[in-house]
Design a protein around this ligand. Structure first.
Ligand SMILES: [Zn+2]
Length: 163
């Protein structure tokens, strides 16, 4: 590194000289914080460190600036709570979605149950008619097969109260 490049490097570290005066008194021909991004960055850093100083260092030699510390703590807590609220909102949305899906499944199975009950009632009515036919119209033609059919049909229909 030559003396000249060392000097340039130090100048770069020292900034443009508009926001913070440089030890060498140089000011860059950049237009200052109004139009120069480096100067704007320096200004933002300076303002931030001033706020930190205000918050953390004793103004009257004895107390730190409690208001600024409280404000910073409140802002932090607010951000923390907001993040928590966002996470919980997402969880609620997920659970609500799940509940809707389960609700749809429940509705479907309820509809299926209603349909099956109607079919069962229809089959009982048909079986009752078949039983009456067997008992009433074929008394002289009964055999082991019809007797068994009558017994099975009666047993099935008597189970109605259980079902
Ligand atoms: Zn500048």
């Amino acid at each position: 590194m030559t003396i000249n490049t060392q000097k340039l490097a130090l100048q770069a570290l020292a900034g443009h000289g508009h926001v913070k005066p440089r030890p060498d008194g140089v000011r860059a021909r950049c237009g200052g914080p109004a139009i120069c991004r480096v100067c704007q960055q320096e200004k933002a850093q300076l303002e931030m460190s001033q706020r930190m100083d205000q918050a953390l260092h004793p103004l009257d030699g004895q107390h730190i600036n409690q208001g600024s510390v409280d404000a910073a703590a409140e802002a932090y807590e607010r951000d923390f709570l907001q993040a928590k609220i966002d996470a919980q909102s997402a969880e609620i949305a997920r659970l609500r979605n799940m509940a809707w899906t389960n609700g749809d499944i429940l509705k479907e199975s309820q509809a299926e149950t209603v349909k099956l009950r109607a079919e069962l009632a229809h089959l009982r009515a048909v079986l009752s008619q078949a039983l009456m036919a067997l008992e009433g119209y074929l008394p002289s033609h009964r055999n082991d097969v019809t007797d068994r059919a009558i017994a099975v049909a009666r047993a099935a229909l008597s189970g109605e109260s259980n079902g």
